[in-house]
Design a protein around this ligand. Structure first.
Ligand code: ADP
Ligand code: MG
Length: 680
């Protein structure tokens, strides 16, 4: 056992009682104490007196300018005053009940005084006086977060004792990396955080600790990824490259550079002996479907079946349609399986699936029922992955022999979060829109302009277009959401009277009712769709050109962007109108950003800045680790660097063999990385 693993009770002055207080804060060993870093500092740096406010605590240094005056009053009470020249100010210093200072107050001697500043009297009521040439005292005092009866003062003392105990703190960071980034050795960095002499030193110490936190986390993720790959060896697929290229060339448009890059990443995974575990992010309309289609075709060419799973029936139908169109020129059999496919038709599909006569099966969670058996499932793609639970994804995957898995999502996740929350997955990003896409014009209107917004919508309706009206999101109550939608629906029905039909969509409708409403809207039997946010995911109605979002300040940027993505899917100019009277600056900022950019990734980065990482995902699914010092938003460069470094290290032979990395390997061992085959 290394010395630093010793219990806190080994420290002088730490008895059972103090130990108990420390245990409550999760501190058991001397090492835990040393690693308990402060969250801020009290700054006693000298300041110009002109900046100091009345009654503020201040530390000044100056030369004694007068002999002391000592007055006694009461029995033992005394008051000693003298004058000090601080820069250009001549001030008074008062010390209570310290008559013995009298002999130390010598003209022209240097003195450092700390105390409360009385501005009108130009006086410091001293709590601390240091005579003689300056010995730099600690200007920056660490402040620790404490719990229970523990005090910051006691923490300082205990940590000081721990640092003095002369024990050693293991430094697992590879020496090469430490030198490359000129990072402080671990113990030195921790010492500096507890007893800094300057802000610069804190900065350097912090840099070291932040890098280490990210590095160790990413090392875990990269090792996990490697272990998962090796424990779920996939099938290396070989396909006719010429045929695949011919297919790609026959598409009505050339792939964008980003699509091509992502296709290559996926194909490389598919032909590798590892099982693919990849997240594909691409903004709404960036063209993920075609990427999915090319991958499915590659699977088919290699003699495998593919599955495409989506969260709703209507989406399944839409994907089925598009895939049939895309695959019209080649020999690929696509089938649709949802809960409304019944009877003989269903049995037929299932039989042909099992016989290997169906190449691609599109569907909802109906795909993961027991009765569904594939002949040879080689590729599973899920669209809008955040709507599927982990277990559902696993069941689907278990239907084949280690099929490759691709998760597609249109919710742009800021890169820093993506590589943290999905750290063990590979991430592909389509960060480029097909050429010629029209920008959705976005406006922000106040509530009192609603009438005008409606007449604007009416003009579009007269041109034969359709409109969405999305209504407020009230987090606490779905019932209120629904009520809002109902009210807005009757208001609009009254407003537009005979001019058009208004549909209503909300979460209280059954799946069938929802599908029916969506179908009416997509067939233009209904021209205006009033809806709660259930309409958010994936729906494609190209003739809809107007998106009105009521009480838009209640939505986050990412969600507003998703909603906006429901329009602008056809060749016509589309519009998004945000109705909002935000009270807060952040709310106003959001509306402004929405009107300024159409780029989902830019928005998600802004959203992250405005909301912070904790709030970015719904709290439950976040899966974000907690770092002691590191901040994913502000330290993102360090995060990127650490991730690359960890990936390179894990990929090297030396890492798994050389004694130099023994400590890191046992760190991984302790983190449970090697028992992770069961993890998802
Ligand atoms: P999403 O990523 O939101 O699923 P889709 O795959 O539905 O996007 O694509 C949106 C539209 O863009 C579709 O009509 C599709 O045919 C078209 N599209 C996709 N890729 C390209 C491209 N490279 N050039 C032109 N149009 C494209
Ligand atoms: Mg899509």
């Amino acid at each position: 056992m290394s010395e630093s693993m010793q219990a806190v009770t080994e420290l002088r002055g730490v008895g059972a009682e103090t130990a108990e207080l420390l245990h409550e804060m999760g501190i058991y060993t001397i090492r835990d104490l040393i690693e308990y870093v402060p969250y801020r500092y009290e700054d006693y740096a000298m300041r110009d007196l002109a900046e100091v406010k009345h009654d503020e605590r201040v530390t000044v240094e100056g030369k004694i300018h007068s002999l002391p005056v000592l007055q006694y009053y009461g029995k033992k009470k005394s008051r000693l005053t003298f004058r000090v020249l601080v820069d250009r100010y001549l001030i008074n210093v008062v010390c209570f009940n310290r008559p013995y200072y009298k002999d130390k107050v010598l003209i022209d001697e240097t003195v450092t005084v700390t105390g409360k500043w009385d501005q009108s009297r130009q006086t410091i009521a001293a709590t601390e006086v240091k005579f003689g040439p300056v010995v730099r005292q600690q200007e920056l005092e660490p402040v620790y977060s404490v719990r229970g009866k523990m005090s910051v003062k006691l923490m300082r003392r205990l940590i000081g004792a721990a640092l003095q105990s002369g024990m050693d703190v293991e430094d697992v960071l590879p020496e090469g990396l430490r030198q490359r980034y000129r990072l402080l050795p671990r113990l030195q960095a921790l010492r500096a955080l507890h007893m800094p002499v300057s802000q610069e030193e804190i900065k350097q110490a912090r840099r070291r600790v932040v890098y280490e936190e990210f590095f160790l986390f990413q090392l875990k993720m990269q090792a996990l990824r490697k272990v998962q790959r090796e424990h779920s060896a996939g099938v290396s697929k070989t396909y006719d490259e010429a045929a695949l290229q011919e297919f790609t060339a026959s598409l009505p448009f050339p792939l964008t550079g980003a699509q091509q890059r992502v296709v290559n990443e996926i194909l490389q995974d598919m032909s590798s002996p590892y099982r693919m575990n990849r997240l594909l992010q691409g903004d709404v309309g960036s063209g993920k479907t075609i990427v999915a289609a090319i991958s499915l075709y590659a699977a088919k060419l290699s003699g495998c079946q593919g599955a495409l799973m989506v969260p709703t029936e209507i989406l399944a139908e839409q994907h089925f349609q598009s895939l049939q169109d895309i695959f019209a020129r080649v020999d690929v059999t696509v089938e649709l399986l949802t809960s409304s496919v019944k009877g003989a038709r269903r049995r037929g599909i299932l039989e042909r699936l099992e016989a290997g006569e169906v190449d691609v099966l599109v569907g909802t969670h109906a795909l993961i029922q027991d009765e569904v058996n594939f002949h040879r499932l080689g590729l599973v793609i899920t669209d809008e992955q955040h709507r599927f639970g982990v277990s559902q994804r696993r069941v689907l995957r278990e239907k084949g022999e280690s099929p490759d898995v691709l998760f597609m999502t249109a919710t742009p996740i800021p890169r820093t979060l993506a590589i943290t929350a999905f750290g063990e997955m590979d991430v592909s990003v389509i960060d480029e829109m097909p050429a010629g896409r029209k920008k959705i014009e976005t406006y922000w209107a106040k509530h009192d302009m609603f009438e005008r917004v409606l007449s604007f919508a009416e003009k579009e309706l007269q041109k034969g277009r359709q409109a969405y009206v999305i209504c407020p999101l009230i987090e606490e109550s779905e019932k209120l959401d629904v009520q809002n939608a109902i009210d807005l629906h009757s208001m609009l029905t009254f407003h537009f009277r005979e001019k058009c039909r208004i549909g209503l969509m909300h979460g209280r409708l059954s799946a069938q009712e929802k599908d029916a409403v969506m179908r009416e809207f997509s067939e233009n039997q209904v021209q205006v769709l009033v809806s709660t946010t259930v309409v958010e995911v994936g729906v494609n109605v190209p003739n809809a050109t107007v998106m009105i979002i009521y009480d838009a300040e209640r939505f986050g940027l990412s969600q507003l962007h998703q909603l906006r993505g429901r329009v602008g899917r056809g060749s016509e100019q589309s519009y998004c109108i945000l109705i909002a009277d935000p009270k807060s600056e952040v709310g106003k900022e959001r509306m402004k950003i929405m009107t300024e950019t159409n780029d989902g990734f830019e928005l998600s980065e802004k959203d992250l800045e405005l909301r912070g990482p904790g709030d970015f995902f719904g709290s439950k699914q976040s899966g974000l680790p907690e770092f002691k010092l590191a901040d994913m938003v502000h330290d993102y460069r360090a995060l990127e660097t650490a991730r690359t470094d960890a990936a390179v290290l894990v990929a090297s032979q030396a890492f798994w063999e050389s004694p130099q990395y023994e400590a890191l390997r046992s760190y991984l061992e302790q983190s449970g990385v090697f028992q992770s085959e069961k993890l998802d």
